[in-house]
Design a protein around this ligand. Structure first.
Ligand code: SF4
Length: 496
């Protein structure tokens, strides 16, 4: 439900402001954005769009008149992009008295936490005024804004426009959780048996893997809790148990699917039948109902007329000793690159700690930008956007997720990081690896360092995950001569 114009305007205009107008008008941070599609563009409700249009902002800047982020214009006197309501000559907002709630809240921001589970109120560390303000004043202001956000009229406006709560941002310092908005906007289970996948479910998940007897030398990376948990920042994940079998379920915008086959001791075909029955009851006949990451050995158990199999890109499996030695012609170029980076700078590695978070987040952005400037296709660009949330979650929660991380410094600066997990007692799985692409040979050095550390801890094999069907990644992973590609299958079932 949306508010009547009078209610919403009156309520929003009493929002207390922390930053004095004079400071705002001198600052050059707000209303300007580095990219045309910046996710920080302000969101306008449909009433706010009507107001903006009445004040001269062209309607065409709002892709959806019932509520949307505003489209930006190129900055005519500098780099980047501007809100179309902003006047670059005066440095003022042309609709200041009627600016949207999103702008009135700034420098505070509403966002989901890194796991996408909780609505939080925080302050943006990019705002110079707040950065210099005493922390007690910011906290006190946060309390006042939180009270304002509990106002019935504001809660209704946010319920009608859930995109007023933005995605997690590393730069925003959390002030407090807003449980009333989490309950209002959080994912709702379609079935009372479903439970949201949480960190405390890791042990239950490990037990289910053990029961299903799927852990062995050829186990794909997906048969592990961290592999799925890191994506909970992007998609709601759920699980349920039935007949001593664990079903892992993800909720995509199109519907429900299972990112893993059912995990239990009983017959797999019966559990798969039950899985499709559940998905069909939630999705109807939609083809989105599917089970991903079916292992090759499981495929043989499931073959029948009603089940269709589609091959997924396989995980690359390597013998760890070969990747540490990098001996012979096979590895000539990787060896040369490792030697070069070590020759040209002082390169060291150390275990990841919480105080590396900001440096790693900065590195991720630099690396993502380097990749975007390269030959990445549209799919690759989308994967990069998705991955930022997963990396942010790992920086915060790596230990509780069951991940170990390492950072690599070149001449003292963080230039690479990597996180991974033990997939089996002999197989180390590299989940994330980011290395500054402007330093030739760094990625190769980091990979060898990871292999050395894993070998010293007992690893026999390295699983470097799949190549996401990206040609560049395929070439890089193939160049290390895998001993196996662990193919998996996505299965769908014909409905009767
Ligand atoms: S509406 Fe006004 S305050 Fe908000 S971003 Fe645009 S110019 Fe800035």
């Amino acid at each position: 439900m949306d508010l009547s114009p009078v209610d919403s305007k009156q309520t929003i205009k009493v929002l207390p402001q922390l930053v004095p107008d004079s400071a705002c008008f001198r600052c050059d941070v707000c209303c300007r954005f580095p990219e045309a599609d910046s996710f920080l563009r302000p969101y306008f409700t449909h009433l706010e769009i009507s107001d903006a249009v009445a004040h001269g902002v062209p309607e065409s800047f709002f892709p959806n008149r019932s509520g949307s982020q505003v489209d930006l214009v190129e900055n005519p006197i500098g780099e980047g992009y501007l809100c179309p309501a902003f006047d670059p000559k005066s440095g003022l907002c042309g609709i200041y008295e009627d600016r949207p709630l999103d702008c009135r809240l700034y420098p505070l921001a509403l966002m989901w936490d890194a796991a996408g589970r909780e609505v939080q109120l925080g302050w943006d560390s990019k705002c110079p005024f707040v950065r210099d303000a005493p922390s007690s004043a910011i906290r006190e202001y946060g309390d006042r804004v939180a009270t304002f956000l509990a106002d019935e009229a504001i809660v209704e406006a946010i319920a009608a426009h859930p995109r007023l709560v933005g995605r997690f941002q590393q730069d925003v310092v959390v002030l407090k959780a807003l449980p009333h908005l989490t309950v209002l906007l959080g994912p709702k289970p379609v079935d009372p048996q479903l439970r949201p996948l949480a960190l405390q479910d890791a042990a239950r998940f490990a037990k289910a893997l053990e029961c299903a007897q799927v852990i062995g030398p050829d186990t794909p990376a997906a048969f592990a809790f961290p592999y799925h948990y890191v994506w909970t920042s992007l998609l709601p994940y759920w699980w349920m148990e039935s007949d001593h079998t664990l079903f892992l379920i993800a909720e995509s915008p199109d519907g429900w699917f299972m990112p893993l086959p059912p995990l239990g001791a009983g017959p797999l075909d019966q559990a798969v039948e039950r899985a499709f029955g559940l998905m069909q009851s939630w999705n109807g006949p939609s083809p989105v109902s599917r089970i991903e990451n079916v292992m090759e050995s499981q495929r043989q158990l499931l073959e029948c007329d009603r089940i269709q199999f589609r091959r997924k890109a396989g995980d690359y499996l390597y013998p760890v000793g070969a990747l540490v030695a990098l001996a012979g012609d096979h590895y000539k170029s990787q060896r040369a690159l490792c030697n070069r980076v070590a020759r040209e700078g002082v390169i060291t590695s150390e275990p990841y700690r919480a105080d590396h978070q900001a440096g790693c987040a900065l590195l991720y952005r630099r690396w993502a930008e380097q990749k975007r400037r390269g030959t990445l296709d549209q799919m690759g660009k989308l994967l990069l956007e998705d991955a930022e949330m997963a990396h942010a979650l790992v920086f915060q929660e790596h230990e509780r997720i069951g991940l170990s991380g390492t950072i690599v410094r070149v001449n003292g600066d963080i230039a690479a990081y990597t996180f991974g997990y033990w997939l089996t007692p002999q197989t180390w799985c590299v989940l994330l690896e980011v290395a500054d692409r402007s330093i030739s040979g760094l990625a190769q050095w980091v990979f060898r360092d990871t292999c050395r550390t894993a070998m010293a801890q007992g690893a026999v094999s390295i699983n470097a995950m799949d190549d996401a069907d990206l040609p560049g990644l395929r070439a890089a992973k193939s160049a290390y001569h895998p001993t196996a590609l662990l193919d998996t299958w996505t299965i769908t079932r014909t409905t009767t």
